[in-house]
Design a protein around this ligand. Structure first.
Ligand SMILES: [Zn+2]
Length: 570
């Protein structure tokens, strides 16, 4: 492996490789398997993309992968043998950018399909509101799921909430307020547009109630009912259980707090952390404040182990669907007569300064950049850091990278960047056409462009902004189909092999763990998923509808479908 490695990373690799069974003593490697799964179509996702029929597992590792005959021969008297009766086995599925599984304490809009249904859900909650209460919604929904393909705005909300303040939260960049809420926080047509944010208006000049990005800081949402540390752990366990049911064995949380990392460490200590977790830290404040926070936390880059690990620092330079920072203006009316190009949520000088700080401290950086101009900014910042001390080989990266341009590619390559890509278009396609026009929307996210350039890429969802399911990621990337707008930008379709790699083995390059995870091979961690059909050969639409039959993390079954036992036999 010829790569320039940071000293800390090299140490990490040594630690990992010292635990590989190839280097265990002879007694252990001759141990009979705990369990053998056979009569399967095992897609190993190794370098040759080879298939096998059976796998043997001892403790948390695969010990053998091969034909039914060759693997079953290893069985000892206590080995369980499970006949999968032709089902398909793939490596554990991963999500490179998952905030949470959605839900929450607000009004649930995730299943609404019309503006009328949104208003009904909000109106019902308003009827039950206590005097002085602010009604809010959960964030896990998008107007692309609505028949009208538009946001509910202030005047819509006023029809069901004339007196009660209502804040509709959508994704991570957007609030919509009714008139009572605008009045509560004293937001009027006289309120200045905050830098990095936007207070939008109806065509007649009145406020529409929409607050984008930093404009949201004009509003203070009512605090969630405080949860005890114990409740937080129980909620996290329940959330990971939901994610195991769609085949996820590993998630990367982009930009969580040090406290939540400590909570997950406590879960691991108790033996209740069933998900492999990579966590990026998001720290706010001046360079001095960030450095102080890190010092007092005692956390070092790559802190963690094979189950839970810090993966770097998260930064953000632009908005999302309605605020991605572009080289060219938005479509009208969003372009405001050719003036609006999106939002810069951080001044470039501040960004560059912080990136250099992280480089000096040995942290790798991943930056949220949606628009092409945002990617320009990130590359400039990384190049400035690289000029001080090389970042090549340290696997820094960009999150999302919706509007990648050809001129970005050589710069990304020479910095050795990794692209963390998601299936936003699947959900938001029709909205992106409205904001950015067909050409830019159809480019989102140009996975094929990046792959053809030889850039390393992995896949995920950005849940709860986009609903979580790694099978939907595969389905979208191989078809470019969307939930409500049909296929878009089909020239960016990729092969099923590439899509499966993106949500399995490629994930582990993000933390230099590609030698221990992501492939079904002897010595690797036994993370795998059982599917009822072969996703490499079924009609594509079946991938979207497919149920997961079983999920395993480190040799432990963490999810089993009710029908699994009807098919598999022991
Ligand atoms: Zn995100």
């Amino acid at each position: 492996m010829e790569k320039i490695l940071a000293a800390s990373t090299l140490l990490l690799l040594l630690l990992i490789s010292s635990r590989l069974p190839a280097q265990r003593n002879g007694d252990e490697s001759r141990r009979a398997p705990d369990v053998i799964y056979y009569n399967a179509k095992v897609i190993t996702v190794d370098d040759q993309f080879s298939y096998a029929q059976a796998v043997a597992i001892a403790a948390d590792r695969f010990t053998s992968v091969g034909t039914n005959e060759s693997v079953r021969r290893l069985a000892g008297p206590k080995t369980r043998q499970v006949d999968l009766r032709g089902m398909t086995v793939i490596p554990g599925l991963t999500d490179n950018h998952l905030h949470n599984a959605g839900g929450g304490h607000g009004v649930d809009l995730s299943r609404t399909r019309t503006i009328g249904e949104v208003l009904k859900a909000v109106g019902d909650r308003v009827q039950r509101a206590e005097p002085g209460e602010v009604v809010i919604s959960n964030s896990d929904w998008h107007e692309a799921q609505l028949k009208e393909q538009r946001l509910p705005l202030r005047r819509d909300l006023d029809t069901v909430a004339p007196m009660t303040p209502v804040v509709i939260v959508r994704g991570g960049h957007e609030y919509i307020l009714n008139s009572a809420a605008l009045a509560k926080w004293n937001i009027t047509t006289a309120t200045a547009q905050p830098p990095g944010g936007r207070i939008t208006r109806y065509p007649d000049g009145e406020l529409s109630g929409e607050l984008v990005d930093t404009a949201r800081s004009l509003v203070t949402l009512p605090p969630e009912k405080p949860r005890t540390p114990e409740q937080q752990i129980q909620d996290q366990i329940a959330e990971y259980d939901k994610l195991h049911a769609v085949g996820l064995t590993a998630v990367r949380h982009p930009g969580d707090s040090i406290d939540s990392y400590r909570m997950r460490k406590e879960m691991e200590r108790r033996g209740v952390l069933t998900m492999r977790v990579t966590q990026l830290l998001r720290l706010a404040g001046t360079s001095a404040a960030i450095e102080g926070t890190l010092k007092s936390s005692g956390l070092l880059p790559d802190d963690g182990d094979a189950l839970l690990r810090l993966g770097g620092m998260k930064m953000i330079v632009d908005g999302g669907f309605e605020g991605g920072f572009m080289r060219e203006p938005y479509e009208e009316p969003y372009g405001e007569g050719g003036r609006f190009r999106g939002l810069q949520t951080m001044a470039p000088e501040r960004f560059n300064e912080t990136v250099k700080l992280f480089n000096r401290l040995g942290w790798r950086v991943f930056t949220h950049a949606v628009g092409d101009a945002a990617i320009d900014e990130v590359l400039a910042g990384y190049e400035a850091a690289n000029a001080e001390a090389s970042i090549v080989g340290k696997r820094w990266g960009i999150e999302h990278a919706f509007i990648g341009r050809r001129d970005h590619l050589p710069r990304m390559k020479s910095l050795g960047l990794f692209l963390s890509l998601q299936d936003h278009l699947y959900l938001a396609g029709p909205s992106l056409v409205k904001y950015w026009g067909r050409q830019r929307a159809f480019l989102t996210t140009p996975v094929k462009l990046y792959l053809d350039a030889g850039l390393p890429v992995s896949g995920g969802t950005d849940s709860s902004v986009v609903p979580y399911s790694p099978l939907w990621v595969i389905y979208h990337f191989v078809t470019r189909d969307t939930i409500s707008g049909g296929p878009m930008g089909t020239d960016q379709k990729i092969s099923r092999n590439d899509a499966l790699r993106m949500v399995t083995r490629n994930h582990w390059y993000l933390t230099f763990e590609e030698d221990t995870k992501g492939v079904i091979a002897p010595g690797r961690f036994a993370d795998m998923v059982v599917l009822p059909e072969d996703i490499m050969t079924v009609p594509a639409k079946r991938i979207e509808q497919m149920r997961v039959m079983m999920t395993m993390v480190g040799g432990k079954v963490v999810y089993r479908d009710a029908d699994f036992r009807k098919i598999a036999t022991e």
